[in-house]
Design a protein. Structure first.
Ligand SMILES: Nc1ncnc2c1ncn2[C@@H]1O[C@H](COP(=O)(O)OP(=O)(O)OP(=O)(O)O)[C@@H](O)[C@H]1O
Ligand SMILES: [Mg+2]
Length: 257
């Protein structure tokens, strides 16, 4: 999936929300999107899933092939975890006959580690278990591009790491394209690629880094991953206000290539 957003401006705003966003999301890879609050992460996703208009184009994908998992997915609280996944599979019309359907449900219950809670109603599940149900509901529909906005916010470090590990395994095994917005930079090494969005002094979001997590500390000149956000956050947000510098640095590196 290739994203080329020249400019995105909301009608009631005097500044662009995003500018010069040119980035590829390769199949078989998990990409973490991280960045300053208000840098345009959710806006970028809204453009990608066709919920928001922009100046530019998105190519090398099929819009029907996108599964979008919002931060707070709507689940029927009185349904069991298994039933939620079952109905999603049934409505997808991908599976012929009850045997194939039940096998698919069982497979996805197992893949997301939900065996022990599959017969519990959603309101009795923890936040992490609910997130796994909503991911299983999307995966069972057979979509090839998975886009998730802050699915691990509010989960403890272990649960969030487990969730990301599961999504990485599925991505590598199936060749799907997986894109996850997250504030949990501690999991950065689990991802194949990282896109850092920063909010410049003109309030516009731009790309401060896109590439492997292996080179990101060198690029931002930090020893610890958490210091990346400190560098790009504005000084009134407790940061060092270097967003413009790193957006410019990434742009000049890219144009030299
Ligand atoms: N519907 C909207 N109408 C007008 N402006 C908007 C709208 N949605 C977002 N914005 C503005 O666009 C910019 C980017 O917002 P966005 O929600 O994409 O940021 P974000 O990176 O997802 O932030 P967060 O980490 O806080 O979720 C902000 O300046 C925001 O005020
Ligand atoms: Mg957001």
């Amino acid at each position: 999936m290739q994203v080329d957003i020249n400019k995105k401006r909301y009608p009631n705003r005097s500044y662009d929300a995003l500018r010069n966003i040119h980035v590829a999301f390769p199949a078989g890879c998990t990409t973490l999107i991280i960045g300053t609050s208000g840098a345009g992460k959710s806006t970028l996703i809204k453009c990608m899933i066709g919920m928001s208009s922009f100046d530019g184009k998105i190519t090398d994908y099929n819009r029907e092939d996108i599964a979008y998992i919002p931060q707070h997915p709507a689940l029927n609280q009185n349904e069991t975890a298994r039933a939620a996944i079952y109905w999603s599979a049934l409505f997808s019309r991908l599976y012929r006959g009850s045997h194939e359907l039940n096998n698919a449900v069982q497979h996805h219950v197992q893949t997301m580690g939900l065996q022990s809670v599959q017969n519990s109603e959603i309101h009795n599940l923890s936040g992490g278990q609910r997130q796994r149900v909503s991911i299983a509901k999307e995966l069972i529909r057979g979509k090839n591009i998975i886009i998730a906005d802050e699915i691990d916010t509010g989960l403890d470090c272990g649960v969030s790491r487990d969730l990301v590990t599961k999504l990485c395994d599925i991505t590598h095994r199936t060749g799907k394209t997986t894109i996850i917005i997250s504030h949990n930079i501690v999991n950065i090494e689990l991802y194949d690629r990282v896109v850092v969005l920063a909010k410049g002094s003109d309030k516009t979001g731009g790309i401060a880094y896109a590439g492997s997590p292996a080179y990101i500390r060198g690029f931002f000149e930090v020893n610890n991953y958490v210091d990346i956000l400190t560098k790009i956050n504005a000084s009134d947000e407790g940061g060092m206000g270097q967003a413009d510098y790193f957006i410019g640095k990434f742009d000049s590196l890219r144009s030299r290539r």
